[in-house]
Design a protein around this ligand. Structure first.
Ligand code: SF4
Ligand code: SF4
Length: 423
């Protein structure tokens, strides 16, 4: 694709990167067929190619974002299915991230939209605030139908109970038997409040297979939720990089992440901090150490398997299959652990969760969720496994069978307790 940035614009390293991304696109349109919003809406501007043009026009002209640009970029899930499909290697993720930052800098959203985004960006990354918000949400449930659509969507997603006692505090959890690896676990923000059992299962699985697990003090939210809202999260990233870097001296073989949305983000820290001379190298090192829990489990090699072959529909989270290109590994682990693993039809399409998308775009998110639920039901599973808390929450109550994290099944099959959700 031809671009027309001026030399002055290209002096900005961000625009230089955008220019390189745009020039890689040959506007073939292959990506439109696998874009969930294009599949639903059939509008070129709600597909990747249309969005690429909108971002190009906006940035080349150096103009503030318009209402049209904001509408179509807001509808993008950042599911990255387009990146998997693209034959030219267009880095749509970095392009849309830049587009969102430009929107945040140049477009004044309506008051309610600003308020909602501010609220989500403030509450979700802070577990104590999030707990309070969930309590308030439970109290507000009886009057749900009187509230605006976005608030209704938020209340719908709020879990009925939150476990406090199981939260894993900073510290060192030794390996069982011979230590084969030392890893840092990102305990996350939303996940540890909504479903603390996932971190518990992760720790048990890793320790049982010879990994010493350290939860590093000072590491907070990975920044993904706010980043996708277009907010500046670089200071938050720097704080996490500093905290993990301080731990490197004691030896770290990996940073284990069990929420794939967070994993995609941490693996991108090196890129996001590339222009900061004080952090570029440190951030790149942290990104290189970041691993999805399934990658580390494969490296360790799991022992044990359950007899009985429970039928598991594996839901491949977008951030795992498209963002990190991890798809076969978790399924192989489940098969080896004794499960009968089945693929979900249209597995490349997002379930509509996508960070805060299901709260900001409830109608599209519900349409995608219903489509995913129908696809899951068609393979008649006894349980659904996924590697991302967002998907687990999104699919949760609607599928009719338990939805658990892949790691909970692997922990169970290798000597841990049966996941509570399985009864
Ligand atoms: S598939 Fe890739 S090259 Fe083709 S239009 Fe989409 S982004 Fe551009
Ligand atoms: S990230 Fe997903 S929703 Fe956005 S353009 Fe790409 S395929 Fe479509």
């Amino acid at each position: 694709m031809q671009t027309h940035f001026t030399l002055a614009q290209l002096a900005d390293p961000e625009i230089r990167d955008v220019n390189a991304i745009l020039r890689a696109c040959v506007h073939c349109g292959f990506c439109t067929a696998t874009c969930p919003t294009y599949v639903l809406l059939g509008d070129e501007l709600d597909g990747p190619r249309g969005r690429i043009y909108l971002i190009k026009e906006m940035l080349e002209r150096g103009r503030p974002a318009t209402e049209t640009v904001v509408k179509h970029i807001d509808r993008c899930l950042s599911c990255l299915a387009c990146m998997t499909t693209c034959p030219s290697g267009v880095n749509y993720m970095h392009l849309v991230d830049h587009g969102r930052r430009h929107i945040a800098r140049t477009y004044r959203r309506p008051l309610l939209d600003r308020w909602t985004r501010k609220l989500l960006g403030t509450i979700l990354p802070r577990p104590s605030l999030f707990r309070l918000a969930l309590t308030a949400a439970r109290l507000a449930q009886p009057m749900r139908t009187l509230l605006p659509a976005r608030l209704q969507a938020m209340l719908k997603l709020a879990p009925r109970s939150v476990g406090r006692s199981e939260v894993i505090e900073p510290g060192v959890l030794p390996a069982e038997g011979l230590r084969r690896m030392r890893v840092a676990l990102l305990v996350g923000c939303v996940q540890q409040v909504i479903d603390a059992a996932i971190n518990q299962a992760t720790v048990r699985l890793l320790r049982r297979h010879g990994a010493e697990v350290v939860v590093v003090s000072g590491v907070g939210c990975c920044g993904a939720l706010e980043h996708h809202l277009g907010h500046d999260v670089l200071d938050l990233l720097r704080a996490n990089v500093d905290a993990w870097t301080a731990e490197l001296g004691r030896g770290l073989d990996a940073i284990v992440i069990n929420a794939s949305g967070c994993g995609t983000m941490v693996k991108d820290y090196g890129f996001l901090l590339r222009t900061d001379p004080a952090y570029a190298a440190k951030a790149a090192r942290i990104s290189a150490l970041a691993k999805d829990v399934s990658e580390v489990a494969q490296q360790l090699g799991l022992n044990g398997a359950l007899p009985g072959a429970l039928r598991v529909a594996y839901h491949s989270a977008c951030s795992l299959q498209h963002g990190q290109k991890i798809h076969a590994g978790p399924k192989q682990l489940l098969q080896k652990a004794g499960f009968d693993v089945v693929d979900v039809p249209e597995g490349h399409l997002c379930c509509g969760s996508a960070g805060t998308y299901n709260m900001l775009q409830p109608a599209l998110a519900e349409a995608l969720r219903d489509r995913k639920l129908r696809n899951i039901a068609s393979v008649k599973p006894e349980v659904v496994a996924a590697g991302n808390i967002g998907c687990i929450t999104q699919l949760g109550a609607g599928v009719g069978v338990p939805v658990v994290h892949t790691v909970e099944l692997l922990d169970w099959a290798t000597g841990g307790p049966k996941p509570d959700a399985l009864g």
